[in-house]
Write a protein that binds this ligand. Structure first.
Ligand code: NDP
Ligand code: 2IT
Length: 446
């Protein structure tokens, strides 16, 4: 088996030189899916995984825009249309200075499996630009978004490819891009998700990724007769996903001790309660400030510059910032301090070495493609509401989200149970693979 996996990965890496994040995501899937393919005749000998790692289409384009001083700036825009076997391409847009082909291909590849797991009919895609929104005025962000959409609009559509938010893309950016799409097409359609409530958005979409990651953790904890009640929770990030993961954990009676951004983390020994969280939301979402400002208001808390929060003792850890933010040494520290449940809100936040530590120590570990699927799931529900020209209530959407997270947990149990323990990584990879592969095989050589 080792020989087959290595042969496959060496072929993929030849075709995708200098794409470490993409290779990391492919390798993680190949380790669990290739043995399954070899053991199942319907998939064997059809080069099916090689087809799945090759994007159906990659679009790269120039994004010129004028900054507030009148200078002309140029960024690079992308859309990776990875797989449309089970539905139109669906996935977020990331605006961050680090964005490149490797990062977006890893995200698009993960998205294919994640979207299949949601039980909704969505293919996988991802896009974005190497644009850094930090410190930019609203007018600059608007001009950038308009220029970005002036090229992207010809590649997307409500039945073709439906982008949404990701790092650096929230309600403000979705609004500017939606407005530009509508002007160019002269059509009001649900071409983006994460829209404002008065113009086609879904209730609970802003909350969905964070809430969903907590619901998934709850499902994992229930397998051990445990819950969030009274548990210490360590969260990284302080953006959309981290904020609503914290909110739901607080509602379930947990004590949230940390949040972070790329400059460091805050530790509040008294716990971040709902009032404090609302202050953070105002700080981050409206004032667009840094997280260290928190300690100016809540003086018993401390700020740890340049550090990650994984050294703080907790039962449950939720990485909700970015890829590879939790490496092997942090994994060892978390486990040594008693952490037994990891639910990833971010995409690929744990390194392969960290994941090996979790498996070796029987930690309840959920990979992002399972645990953070609530965001795209409610995007799917937003698409359904747009098609119906109807809106569901908060309670209806939240209930559907909870049901979907439970279904994803069940799929992981079905495909990932080995020696009476659940390997959620294996379960998520195989469950996602089976759905997409079956559709591809039914559609001929695609
Ligand atoms: P936001 O832009 O709202 O927040 C991102 C947070 O992560 C910020 O606190 C940011 O800090 C921090 N961060 C970003 N890059 C880095 C870095 N290189 N090092 C340290 N910290 C970093 O994004 P989201 O909350 O939407 O996304 C967070 C993660 O969740 C991403 O991995 C994303 O792919 C994933 N995700 C998002 C979904 C969604 O619906 N939004 C759905 C599923 C997954 P700073 O401000 O300093 O950059
Ligand atoms: O990584 C993700 O799943 C997202 N950024 C959300 C994608 C979506 O289409 O809602």
């Amino acid at each position: 088996m080792e020989h087959i996996i290595n042969g496959f990965l060496s072929e993929v890496s030849k075709r995708n030189a200098h794409e470490p994040e993409f290779m990391q995501a492919v390798s993680e899937v190949a380790q669990t899916v290739l043995p399954y393919i070899v053991a199942n005749d319907i998939y064997h000998g059809k080069n099916i995984l090689m087809r799945m790692v090759e994007p159906e289409r990659v679009v790269m384009f120039r994004v010129p825009w004028v900054d507030d001083t009148g200078e002309i700036q140029v960024n690079r825009g992308y859309r990776i249309e990875m797989n449309s076997a089970i539905g139109p391409y669906k996935g977020g847009l990331r605006f961050h200075e680090s964005v490149n082909l490797s990062i977006l291909k890893f995200l698009a590849f993960e998205q294919v499996f994640k979207n299949a797991l949601t039980t909704l009919p969505m293919g996988g895609g991802k896009g974005g630009a190497n644009f850094n929104p930090k410190g930019k005025s609203d007018a600059e962000v608007m001009r950038f978004c308009q220029s970005f959409m002036t090229e992207l609009f010809r590649h997307i559509g409500p039945n073709r490819d439906i982008p949404a938010g990701d790092i650096g893309v929230g309600g403000r950016e979705i609004g500017y891009m939606f407005g530009q799409y509508k002007r160019l097409k002269n059509e009001f359609t649900g071409v983006l998700t994460g829209k404002g409530i008065s113009w086609g958005g879904s209730l609970i979409r802003p909350e969905a990724t964070g809430y969903g990651a907590v619901y998934f953790a709850q499902n994992m904890l229930h397998t051990k007769g445990e819950s969030f009640e009274g548990k210490n929770v360590v969260i990284s990030g302080s953006g959309n996903v981290a904020q609503y993961a914290a909110e739901k954990a607080i509602q379930l009676g947990a004590k949230v001790l940390t949040l972070s951004d790329s400059s460091g983390f805050i530790y509040d020994p008294d716990g971040i309660n709902q009032d404090k969280l609302e202050y953070i939301m105002e700080l981050k979402n409206i004032k667009r400030e840094r997280i260290h400002k928190y300690i100016e208001k809540y003086t018993t808390a401390s700020f740890h510059k340049g550090k990650k929060p994984w050294g703080v003792a907790c039962a449950i850890a939720m990485p909700c910032a970015t890829q590879n933010e939790l490496g092997e040494s942090y994994a060892k520290v978390l486990i040594a301090n008693g952490c037994y449940c990891i639910s990833e809100g971010a995409n690929m936040p744990s390194t392969p070495e960290a994941i090996s530590q979790f498996h070796a120590n029987r930690v309840l570990y959920a990979p992002g493609k399972a645990s953070n699927a609530g965001g795209v799931a409610v995007s799917g529900l937003e698409m359904a509401q747009n098609s119906l020209r109807y809106n569901w209530t908060r309670e209806e959407v939240d209930q559907r989200l909870q049901d979907i997270m439970e279904d994803i947990h069940d799929a992981c149990v079905l495909y990932g149970t080995e020696n009476k323990t659940i390997n959620y990584e294996k379960g998520a990879n195989i469950a996602g693979f089976v759905k997409v592969a079956d559709a591809m095989l039914a559609q001929g050589v695609v």
